[in-house]
Ligand binder design. Structure first.
Ligand SMILES: Cc1cc2nc3c(=O)[nH]c(=O)nc-3n(C[C@H](O)[C@H](O)[C@H](O)COP(=O)(O)OP(=O)(O)OC[C@H]3O[C@@H](n4cnc5c(N)ncnc54)[C@H](O)[C@@H]3O)c2cc1C
Length: 415
């Protein structure tokens, strides 16, 4: 018999979408969660996959396993649009009717209009990106091992990271450790001390938006680790063999990693709704479109309050808390109750810089060094979904810490 319960379609099984589906598991509505992948990715640890510290399987979990419930279905499809007039989600595998839709499609890499960077550099937004980046870094070293010219060898062993935010810092730190502790053993035929990690940041400081003491600590830790940090270094152009700065300086490199920012994906851009910062959709404080209280937008895709309000940071806790509220507001709407407004509870931020090095702000208290690193490890381990993933990550971390080794030095794509 066909169900008569209200149908909620959730687009995206990321941090926000999963929280909506989980919060609606009580059975009063029928939920369909749609994603282009059949797995949820734990994005904060992507950089560890890219730097051979973790297998991709350790940070991904099948969506069906996470949302197991009688009233929740998963659909593997790429969403191409939402027809709000006909209340249908459009996908590459047909249409899905809804009574309520929650758009939680996340964000994509922002190249700030620099097509050359989009074509030539490596991004880090999904599991495929992380695996491709790992291959690219290792292939550059393989090429260096066969390169007779010393200066060309140094160029191939140079990695440029564009963007001094949390991801840029985490990846630069991890690459510096890879260069120091792992690659010398695996490439005994080349002098890997010439391998360079260059971190470029357009602003005059790292970690924009964080406390000055955290910015300074991150800078000094990276420099101690041998990372060549360049502040006020804006990239004008990038290609397969390096980057050119606005100042005219050319930095040749075997690998260029672009982690300078994110923006709304094309699905979000295509929605007939007002856009705010970085192309995110403007929603009310109750998280639905101003003129349609059956269309919710959350997480990286949403700009709460519209252009006149300061956008929330694109962070997992924001998406999770918005997912919780959107689910609650759908149930309140069905029950003809007043909707609640979103208020972000900021518990803090943390960034790991390398082995035993991190900076953290938790409930207003600031930590750095070994203590911050232990807090970072614990929080990320607890936060990961699934016992199997936690066990895999813990074993890998313990192995990496004790042996200074990385187990996943595989080139999976020979292109
Ligand atoms: C490298 C990196 C590291 C980060 N580290 C941290 C961190 O340490 N801490 C932190 O708080 N935040 C971190 N963030 C930010 C955090 O990952 C995002 O803020 C968060 O994932 C946003 O959640 P979301 O639900 O909006 O989107 P996401 O979690 O990105 O989920 C979006 C989902 O939508 C799916 N999707 C997108 N388009 C379509 C489509 N057309 N059809 C079908 N499915 C689609 C995607 O496959 C994905 O599963 C990091 C981000 C990056 C890129």
């Amino acid at each position: 018999m066909k169900s008569t319960k209200p149908r909620v379609v959730v687009v995206g099984a990321g941090f926000g979408g999963l929280r909506v589906a989980r919060a609606l598991r009580d059975g009063s509505v029928d939920v369909t969660i749609v994603d282009q992948h059949n797995y949820h990715t734990f994005i904060p640890l992507l950089y560890q996959v890219a730097t051979a510290g973790l297998e991709p399987e350790a940070i991904a979990q099948p969506v069906r396993r996470i949302v197991r419930a009688n009233n929740v279905r998963f659909r593997l499809a790429r969403v191409t649009g939402v027809d709000v007039a006909r209340r249908r989600v459009l996908t590459d595998d047909g249409e899905i009717e809804y009574d309520y839709v929650v758009l939680a499609a996340g964000s994509v890499t922002n190249y700030f209009g620099l097509d050359s960077a989009a074509d030539s550099s490596s991004a880090l937004r999904g599991l495929d990106d992380a695996e491709a980046l790992r291959s690219r870094i290792l292939k550059a070293f393989e090429a260096a091992a066969n390169e007779p010219d010393a200066s060309r060898r140094t160029e191939l062993m140079t990695t440029v990271v564009v963007g001094g935010g949390p991801t840029g810092i985490e990846i630069a730190g991890a690459l510096s450790e890879l260069r120091k502790h792992v690659l010398p053993h695996d490439f005994p035929g080349i002098d890997t001390s010439h391998a360079r990690v260059v971190l470029l940041e357009a602003a005059g400081h790292l970690l924009g938006g964080m406390h000055r003491s955290m910015q300074r600590r991150a800078l000094s830790d990276l420099e101690k680790m041998g990372v060549d940090v360049r502040l006020n270094a804006k990239v004008a152009d990038a290609d397969r063999s390096g980057v050119t700065l606005v100042s005219g300086e050319r930095i040749p490199a075997g690998t260029v990693i672009w982690v300078a920012g994110v923006r709304a994906p094309s699905l979000v851009e295509s929605m007939p709704a007002a856009k705010g910062s970085l192309g995110r959709i403007c929603v009310t404080e109750s998280l639905h479109l101003p003129d349609d209280d059956r269309v919710y937008v959350i997480g990286d895709s949403a700009h709460v309050g519209g252009p006149s309000s300061l956008p929330h940071p694109m962070l997992a806790p924001v998406a999770i808390q918005q997912g919780e509220l959107a689910a609650g507001n759908i149930l309140r709407h069905i029950a003809c109750m007043e909707l609640e407004r979103f208020k972000y509870r900021d518990r803090g931020t943390m960034v790991t810089i390398g082995r035993s090095r991190a900076v953290a702000r938790i409930y207003g208290l600031r930590f750095s060094g070994f203590l911050a690193w232990i807090i970072w490890l614990t929080v990320h381990l607890v936060w990961l979904i699934g016992f199997r993933n936690r066990a895999l990550v813990l074993v890998n971390w313990a192995w990496n810490y004790l042996t200074y080794d990385r187990g996943v030095l595989l080139i999976r794509d020979r292109r």
